[in-house]
Design a protein around this ligand. Structure first.
Ligand code: ADP
Ligand code: MG
Length: 266
């Protein structure tokens, strides 16, 4: 679905992603992890073509994304970004979700079509916000708002969904709710997902594979079992951890060690 090859890109101010290479398979749920400032959001920006590559490039289904029109790309890839987004806007939830249909508008078209209406109703039902449709987006709770943002992204009918720390301001109940929703869309609707998560335990629970970034470079790529070992985490995050097995999922469970220099389990 997506192939990133020898990608180098960044900001004049000094930060660069260096020589990034990886692929995301059709139907995969790929997690991007790494310390603050390691380039996770920057990598998503490159995939959505906000940042131009200096070297290398990105192929979406074999096609160079820099040769795709913005509209074409927006019909295939949609984004739930990190910032609290446009949320103070004076839209009803339904109007907000309808924004996802903009890439499908014809020139001079103002009103939504019957297809738009059907898709918006469908994505609102998938994300369980139908009952909120006439509420103002600015008045929603954190979990409801995040579901509305995901509904807007789904209304674009993407093949690939990019999410940047979608659970960051949510309590644990809402974190699970949002990630269960993402997993369900991934499995049942065969939506390919790239998700930036900074909570390693959530990454462990939900992602098929993980890409670990360190200082703008790919440190490692693999399954949670391969990547979330105490030695890799300690090396990259520079803090001791104990890694156990989650008794329910059997995935790695990362335990933090207060005091910084705690006994490290070998
Ligand atoms: P992460 O998402 O992993 O926390 P980012 O990709 O947001 O990291 O940022 C990586 C580095 O790039 C940071 O050092 C950050 O300060 C810098 N950076 C992010 N956005 C910009 C920008 N628009 N201009 C210049 N530097 C930026
Ligand atoms: Mg970020």
């Amino acid at each position: 679905m997506l192939r990133v090859k020898n990608l180098t890109c960044g900001y004049e101010a000094g930060f660069f992603l260096k020589n990034i290479t990886f692929s995301v398979n059709d139907g995969e749920l790929m997690g991007i992890i790494g310390p603050n400032g390691s380039g996770k959001s920057t990598l998503l920006r490159a995939i959505r073509r906000v940042l131009k590559p200096l070297k290398g490039g990105i192929l979406f289904k074999g096609k160079r994304i820099d040769r795709m029109g913005f509209k074409e790309l927006a019909q295939k890839v949609s984004v739930v970004s990190q910032s609290a987004e446009e949320i103070t806007l004076n839209f009803t939830v339904r109007e907000y979700v309808l924004l996802g249909r903009i890439p499908y508008r014809r020139r001079f078209q103002i009103l939504e079509t019957k297809t738009d209406e059907k898709i918006v109703a469908n994505t609102m039902s998938l994300t369980d916000i139908t009952h909120l449709s006439e509420r103002n987006v600015g008045e929603l709770s954190g979990g409801e708002r995040q579901r509305a943002i995901i509904a807007r992204a789904l209304a674009q009918e993407p093949e690939l969904l990019l999410l940047d720390e979608p659970t960051i301001h949510l309590d644990i109940g809402h974190q699970i709710e949002i990630l269960d929703l993402v997993k369900r869309l991934n499995e049942q609707n065969n939506l390919t997902v790239i998700i930036v998560l900074h909570d390693l335990n959530l990454a462990s629970l939900y992602c098929d594979r993980l890409l670990l970034l360190r200082e703008g470079e790919v440190h490692s790529i693999g399954t949670a079992d391969e990547i979330l070992t105490y030695s890799i985490i300690e090396e990259v995050y520079k803090t001791p951890v104990v890694v156990e097995k989650n008794p329910i999922s059997s995935k790695p469970l990362i335990c933090l060690v207060p005091g910084g220099k705690g006994e490290v389990k070998k």
